[in-house]
Design a protein around this ligand. Structure first.
Ligand SMILES: Cc1ncc(COP(=O)(O)O)c(C=O)c1O
Length: 606
């Protein structure tokens, strides 16, 4: 087995004076830690060191460094080994996971199978003792480490499933564990780590701060840093899932669907499946708003996303790993991306078949599987000779650690994700009997799920209506029926502002001195932490709030719709304020849902 081992690198003002060697050696995480030194110590900017180190590791095909210390005198980085591809078979076969993890069932999903017309199997990683697969990789890496590496314990940075995996593994092995979490981590997650006997250290606002601190802590304590995905032992631990799937289902498998965050899970599964049954497709699934692997594979190199959506927090990763990227590039068949509403629908599918509830990342693979079937069905009906194989479709149900509060949002959106609910805005005459004729236009079978009425003028009212529909075409069919009877309808099924806020708003009617021309409406994602609202309000410089809607979705961010009176001359100052605030935002002032239902018209003010 050959691995690249990088020896201490001497850097001079960003220029590399380094040497490294390739030698026959076992992979040792301790040996991967490289200390980068500068001659001109304090005068050399750390960023230059990092850049030089990056150049260096690109040459050696090792991973990018993660900066742990920012002192000018030295920068530490971790460099992952580059084991040969085939080596993973051996690593997976020799992985130590079953002292901590269970061999989970591969179950059929009869209802989903019937609906899709395909045999669907679910790999139940939500049944692991920590309710996710993460115990496999974490335990494997720690258990395979030399006792000398573990003298200072283990350190990890995570606010999610990796934290639980590391904490439980360390507890089982009798090793001290420290988990660094961002200060914003909900107390339920902090408590869960403490219950597993680990020390929880809260540091920084963002995950990157926590990770940098964790690396520094590991260095100071001589502890083993356990990364969440980018390490061969983590990848191999997760790869045992692939082995179990192949062993449990010896019949044909068309594809295995795997959720992708940093890529450790899919890299492990792909490495083993492509070695043992290369004809089985391995398909990754990512949310559209957290698609770092998709973007990287498209670009041909790792892409760092500026922002990621946190709905599926288990896979909210800005940058995939070096080793995981390499394996995915070579072995993964494709990445399918899905909307968050489709994830909600997948959570419901899982519930209907098993009465279990998955977290959003845990249901991602099911959502991807459904999209795949839809696409393949369409393409085979377009060209019937294309016909696909009839092997089983397997989805990895990867975890179940969800906030109970989040389920409200999930149940609200599941029908839309399934396209079984359409949301329409309909303009109706402001006179008695108008609602009845609208219902008549929709026909006797129409099932109204939601109805909000808003007076717009003495002649016209706007109706926000939810309807049960059979499939994706339902919204267009309902609109056609309405229009045939002279109603003007707008499809809001994909209008995020309408779905998140409008259905809960009572309207933003202003007083007699209100000038609608001055009103702007913004949608924000506030961090769910004390002080986030105060920071917003304190920066408002006297701009009048005309509308404010916040609803807790049990997520790490609070979704807020705000209306403000900002005179045109002050719009630039407002934009400056919004940029400084740093919360992600969307200008909704031109959104049709706002204009129809919330924006007061001159007529309504007289
Ligand atoms: C429930 C769940 N699913 C999927 C993933 C993605 O795994 P990876 O980061 O190895 O791609 C994670 C990662 O933590 C997770 O917690």
């Amino acid at each position: 087995m050959a691995f690249v081992t990088v020896h201490p690198v001497i850097l001079d003002c960003g220029k590399l004076k380094a040497h490294y060697a390739c030698r026959e050696t076992a992979c040792s995480p301790r040996r991967n830690r490289v200390r980068l030194l500068t001659r001109r110590s304090r005068r050399t900017h750390p960023q230059r060191l990092v850049r030089a180190a990056q150049e260096h590791v690109e040459q050696t095909s090792a991973s990018e460094p993660i900066v742990a210390g920012n002192g000018a005198a030295s920068v530490y980085c971790y460099i992952a080994c580059s084991p040969l591809k085939n080596d993973y078979l051996e690593r997976v076969l020799n992985a130590r996971v079953y002292e901590a993890a269970m061999e989970t069932p591969l179950e059929s999903a009869p209802l989903l199978s019937r609906r899709l017309g395909r045999r669907v199997l679910l790999k139940r990683e939500d049944l692991q003792p920590v309710f996710s697969f993460k115990i496999r990789g974490a335990y494997n890496m720690i258990a395979l480490s030399e006792p000398s590496q573990l003298k200072g314990g283990v350190v990890a940075a995570s606010a999610g499933n990796h934290a639980q995996g590391v904490a439980m593994s360390a507890q089982l092995l009798g090793i001290r564990a420290t988990i660094v979490m961002p200060c914003t981590t909900p107390s339920i997650k902090v408590d869960a780590v403490r219950q597993r006997g680990a020390e929880a250290v809260l540091h920084g606002d963002a995950f990157d701060d926590a990770q940098a601190y964790a690396l520094r802590l590991a260095e100071e304590r001589g502890a083993l840093f356990v990364p969440p995905f980018d390490h061969p032992d983590i990848i191999a631990g997760q790869g045992t899932i692939g082995l179990e799937i192949l062993r449990k289902h010896s019949g044909p498998i068309e594809a295995i669907f795997v959720p992708v965050g940093g890529g450790g899970l899919i890299a492990g599964i792909a490495a083993i499946v492509k070695r043992l049954r290369p004809q089985v497709k391995v398909i990754g699934v990512e949310p559209f708003d957290a698609d770092a692997m998709y973007q990287s594979l498209q670009a041909g190199h790792r892409v760092r996303l500026a922002q990621v959506g946190v709905f599926a927090d288990g896979v909210a990763v800005k940058e995939v790993g070096t080793e995981t990227y390499r394996l995915c590039r070579d072995l993964v068949d494709e990445i399918i991306r899905v909307e968050n509403d489709e994830i909600c629908a997948a959570i419901k599918d899982m519930f209907e078949d098993t009465r279990s509830i998955l977290e959003p990342a845990g249901a991602l693979a099911i959502a991807g599987l459904k999209r795949y079937v839809q696409r393949e069905t369409l393409s085979s009906s377009a060209s019937p000779t294309a016909g696909s194989s009839s092997g089983a479709l397997v989805a990895v149900a990867s975890g179940a650690n969800t906030n109970f509060d989040r389920l409200r949002h999930v149940s609200e959106r599941a029908e839309i994700g399934e396209r079984r609910e359409a949301v329409l805005a309909v303009r109706i005459p402001e006179r008695p009997g108008a609602f009845r004729s609208m219902m008549n236009a929709l026909g006797p079978g129409a099932n109204i799920t939601e109805f909000n009425y808003r007076y717009a003028s003495p002649e016209v009212a706007h109706v926000f209506v939810g309807l049960t529909v059979a499939d994706r075409r339902g919204a267009a069919e309902a609109m056609a029926k309405l229009e045939a009877h002279g109603f003007v309808a707008t499809d809001l099924t994909d209008n995020e502002m309408a779905k998140l806020h409008l259905r809960h708003c009572v309207g933003g009617m202003g007083g007699p001195d209100f000038s609608p021309a001055n009103e702007i409406v913004y949608r924000f994602e506030f961090p769910e932490r004390p002080g986030a609202l105060a920071r917003f309000l304190n920066g408002l410089r006297g701009w009048n709030i005309t509308l404010f809607h916040y609803r807790n979705h049990g997520s790490d961010v609070g979704r807020v719709l705000v209306g403000l009176q900002v005179p045109t001359a002050e719009r630039a100052a407002f934009m400056e304020f919004v940029e400084r605030l740093g919360y992600s935002y969307e200008d909704e002032t031109q959104n049709i849902a706002y204009r129809l239902f919330l924006r007061p018209t001159q007529a309504s003010l007289t």
